[in-house]
Design a protein around this ligand. Structure first.
Ligand SMILES: CC(C)(COP(=O)(O)OP(=O)(O)OC[C@H]1O[C@@H](n2cnc3c(N)ncnc32)[C@H](O)[C@@H]1O)[C@@H](O)C(=O)NCCC(=O)NCCS
Ligand SMILES: Nc1ncnc2c1ncn2[C@@H]1O[C@H](COP(=O)(O)OP(=O)(O)OP(=O)(O)O)[C@@H](O)[C@H]1O
Length: 198
C-alpha cells in the first residue's frame, strides 16, 4: 500500500526545501505549485479560462501569463482570488489524483504530495498523514521578502490570504519546525521518515 504524505505549511515556510530533501531520498513528489503552473501554460486547460476572466492585462509580450502581475491582482482582492481558485483548483486536483493513481499502481511505498492549500481545499482526506512545515511569523515574512524580492506589504498580502500557520499546525499529523539551518530541517525530516517507517 502506498503511503501518501501530504506536505503543507505557510507560504515560504520551507515546503520546497523539504521536497529537495525527499527527492535526495528518491521519494517521489507530487508538486501542486508546479501542476498549477503547467495548467496555465499557453494552450493548456487553465490558460484560456484565466485569460478570459482576467483579460489580456495579465499577459506578457509573448502571451504567457505574468504570474507576478496576476498575483498582485488576486492577493489584493479576495473575490478575484476565489475566482482564480475556482478556475484552477479542479484542474490541479484532477492532475494530483491522476498522479496518485499512477504511484498506487506502481506500488510505490511513500509519496509526498506538496499542496500549499491542503487544509483550505479539504485535501487531507486523500492523505494518510499530513506534515506541516512550520516557522515563526517573523521568519516567514523575512524569508518571503528575501526570496521573492517583495516589499513587506506584498509579502503580508500573500501570508494573510492563507489559513494561519498556527491553525495548520493544530490539524497536522506531524509538525516539523524549519527555524534552524537547512541541515537541521533535513535531520528532523530524516527522523520523521524513521517514525513513519518508510
Ligand atoms: C497567484 C499566482 C499566479 C502567483 O504566482 P507565483 O509564481 O507568484 O507564486 P507560486 O505559484 O509559485 O506560489 C507560491 C506560493 O503562493 C501561495 N499561493 C499560491 N496560490 C495561492 C492561493 N490561491 N491562495 C493562497 N496562497 C496561494 C502558496 O503558498 C504557494 O506555494 C499563482 O500562485 C496561482 O496561479 N495560484 C492559483 C493556483 C493555486 O492555488 N496554486 C496553489 C497550489 S494548488
Ligand atoms: N532553514 C532555512 N534557513 C534559511 N533559509 C531557508 C531555510 N529553509 C528555507 N529557506 C529559504 O526560505 C525561502 C522559502 O523556502 P521554500 O521556497 O522552501 O518555501 P515554500 O514553503 O516552498 O514556499 P512557497 O509556499 O512559496 O512554495 C527560500 O528562499 C529558501 O531557500
Amino acid at each position: 500500500m502506498t503511503y501518501f504524505l501530504g506536505l503543507t505549511g505557510g507560504i515560504a515556510s520551507g515546503k520546497s526545501t523539504a521536497d529537495d530533501f525527499f527527492k535526495k531520498k528518491n521519494i517521489p513528489i507530487i508538486d501542486s505549485d508546479l501542476i498549477a503552473h503547467k495548467i496555465m501554460e499557453v494552450g493548456q486547460a487553465g490558460y484560456q479560462a484565466v485569460v478570459d476572466y482576467f483579460g489580456s492585462k495579465i499577459l506578457t509580450d509573448n502571451q504567457t501569463i505574468n504570474r507576478r502581475k496576476l498575483g498582485e491582482i488576486v492577493f489584493n482582492d479576495q473575490a478575484k482570488l476565489k475566482k482564480l481558485n475556482s478556475l484552477t483548483h479542479p484542474l490541479v486536483h484532477q492532475e494530483i489524483k491522476r498522479q496518485m493513481e499512477q504511484y498506487r499502481l506502481n506500488q510505490e511505498k511513500l509519496v509526498v504530495i506538496d499542496v500549499p492549500l491542503l487544509f483550505e481545499s479539504g485535501f487531507e482526506s486523500l492523505c494518510d498523514g499530513v506534515l506541516v512545515i512550520s516557522i515563526s511569523p517573523e521568519l516567514q515574512l523575512k524569508r518571503l521578502m528575501k526570496r521573492n524580492n517583495f516589499t513587506e506589504k506584498e509579502a503580508l498580502s500573500r501570508i494573510n490570504n492563507q489559513m494561519p500557520l498556527s491553525e495548520k499546525e493544530k490539524r497536522a499529523t506531524y509538525v516539523v519546525a524549519n527555524t534552524g539551518t537547512i541541515n537541521d530541517l533535513e535531520k528532523r525530516l530524516s527522523d520523521l521518515l524513521q517514525k513513519i517507517g518508510r
